[in-house]
Design a protein around this ligand. Structure first.
Ligand code: NAP
Length: 505
């Protein structure tokens, strides 16, 4: 049995009240309530000794009704099975307040919070989790401030604001949202969630790169041929047409998840494990990310949407035929692009990014492909495939390293083999859901896994360079791909023209 090396112990959270804005919504039910319950089930070494959860939304609902709907949600979505005693203890902490959209709603919220804190002996440590539609975010921040609920940092107690993606729908609107938030809250109080960053495998990227000497020495233009990042979804737009159609894959996936993965895979070693040091290292990647130059988008970016096709043996409609999609919609459900990072480490190395809906299966991978073996010895005929490190973010979390080995026998025959780590079989301990990790980090005030204002700005700058090209070039192609495929031919050509090929999850 190999020993593990503890770097930092999970910290127990301080007493606080978590106010979930939009507590009747989908995210609250599927993720937030189950995550809070799971933290509770971890006991006092993790969950706060004393805390409360106050649901806040528009619709009137009795506290008992809220607790009941929370129980149903937790029973369905919780990682841990519901334990009746543990649930009783947890649900006694749940409260509900309506009136999010009412003129006196926030005044009532303040009164209710104070009541709960007094009754439970809680200090006014408050976390406001804005799980509301994006257009309601700034108004919530403003109304919190008006109601005297947005205490500035420096006080003995903390006030924290959690915001979900998307932040804005283009560079200008993102800057507007951010400056509105910072009118009422300090950057140190704001926690911008990208739930990808809470995933174990994403956190493991740093360990893989900086706790193993072999990789870091090879990490850069000298040894790496190219990097690929694929985030594939098998689902279609489903019931989210109203949200998805105005956004599309570039805004919905590239601006946040894919660029976060890009920053983590490409960043220089941070000077320490502090949140600021890590966020600075990631930001430097974004500063060096070359915007798509005017006129270059056709050569570097492919957009497409799914047509009718088959997935898992069933026929599914095309995007244009999905319920709620406007007839004139030109929204992309797929983007593939080639990007470059203009710094010493990555000069000239292409980063191919790809994401789409209705792909054959759900899967997120990063593949670092190393340079070809010199054309001597075993590779005189140019047949030896290069080494590749593939990091599987989800599902089947883990990574594999492809190397060449001799096939046993009298011939000299080579065969690529995989050194494969599967989290599930290597580690037996529990793997917390991303939202558990992120909620705990908000409680203890650790910003490491959250997105900084500067990162949001830089990522939108890059995405905006593409959006600008799309609006300038009215004839920019919107390709189609059959549902159940890995994207259109044009995406294959994008990479094939460079003599490379996509690696599918
Ligand atoms: N669902 C996900 O998996 C997911 C993933 C990533 C990010 N997000 C983000 O998380 C946020 C919440 O998403 P959701 O899926 O939970 O949305 P949702 O199911 O539509 O729930 C929205 C919640 O906000 C309230 N609400 C609706 N319109 C409002 C308005 N104009 N002003 C104030 N409150 C309003 C609703 O209250 P009533 O029900 O009382 O009317 C409801 O509780 C969104 O920003 C979304 O982009 C969601």
């Amino acid at each position: 049995m190999r020993e593990f090396i503890q770097i930092a112990k999970a910290q127990a959270a301080p007493p606080c009240t978590v106010v979930i804005f939009g507590a009747s919504g989908d995210l609250a039910k599927r993720k937030l309530i189950p995550a809070l319950y799971n933290l509770h089930a971890c006991g006092e070494n993790i969950a706060p000794r004393n805390y409360a959860v106050l649901g806040f939304a528009r619709r009137p609902m009795a506290v008992q009704e809220f607790r009941e709907s929370a129980r149903e949600a937790a029973a369905r979505f919780s990682r841990l099975e519901l334990d009746s005693e543990c649930w009783r203890d947890f649900s006694a902490r749940l409260d509900y307040q309506s009136g999010l959209d009412q003129p006196d709603g926030f005044r009532k919220l303040k009164a209710r919070l104070e009541e709960i804190e007094a009754a439970r002996g809680l200090p006014p440590n408050r976390i406001y989790y804005l799980s509301v539609p994006p257009e309601a975010i700034t108004e919530c921040a403003e109304r919190l401030a008006e109601a005297g609920l947005a205490a500035r940092p420096g006080a003995a107690n903390f006030t924290r604001l959690v915001v979900e993606k998307p932040i804005g729908s283009d560079l200008e609107s993102a800057l507007k949202v951010d400056s509105a938030l910072r009118e009422y809250f300090d950057e140190s109080q704001i926690f911008r969630i990208d739930h990808y960053l809470g995933k174990e495998t994403v956190q493991n990227l740093m360990v893989l790169r900086f706790a193993n000497s072999i990789f870091e020495r090879m990490w850069g233009a000298r040894n790496v041929d190219h990097v690929q990042i694929t985030v594939a979804e098998s689902e279609g737009v489903g019931t989210r047409a109203m949200y998805y159609d105005p956004a599309g894959a570039l805004r919905d996936m590239v601006q946040n998840h894919l660029l976060q993965l890009l920053a983590l895979i490409a960043m220089d070693p941070p000077v320490s494990l502090d949140a600021d040091a890590i966020r600075d290292a990631k930001l430097n990647v974004m500063r060096a990310l070359r915007p798509i130059a005017p006129g270059a988008a056709r050569a570097q970016v492919v957009r497409a949407r799914y047509a009718a096709g088959g997935i898992d043996g069933r026929n599914v409609p095309g995007y244009a035929q999905e319920v709620g999609i406007p007839a004139a919609s030109r929204t992309e459900t797929f983007v593939a692009l080639k990007a470059f990072i203009d710094n010493w480490r990555w000069s000239g190395v292409p980063f191919y990014l790809r994401t789409g809906k209705r792909m054959p299966e759900r899967g997120s991978i990063i593949c670092v492909q190393f340079k070809d073996v010199p054309r001597i010895l075993f590779n005189r005929e140019r047949k030896v495939p290069p080494n590749a490190l593939t990091i599987r973010i989800q599902p089947d979390e883990g990574f594999s390293f492809e190397v060449l080995a001799k096939q046993p026998g009298l011939d000299i025959a080579l065969r690529p083999v995989r050194m494969n780590l599967r989290y599930e079989s290597e580690f037996t301990g529990p793997s917390p859901d991303a939202y558990e990790r992120l909620l705990l980090d908000v409680m203890i005030g650790d910003h490491t896994l959250f997105v900084s204002a500067n990162f949001v700005e830089k990522s939108w700058e890059f995405v905006q360079s593409i959006l600008d090209e799309w609006s300038r070039d009215a004839a920019f192609p919107l390709h189609e791909y059959p549902a159940g495929s890995f994207g259109p031919e044009a995406a294959e050509r994008l990479i094939a023209e460079d003599g490379r090929a996509w690696l599918n999850p």
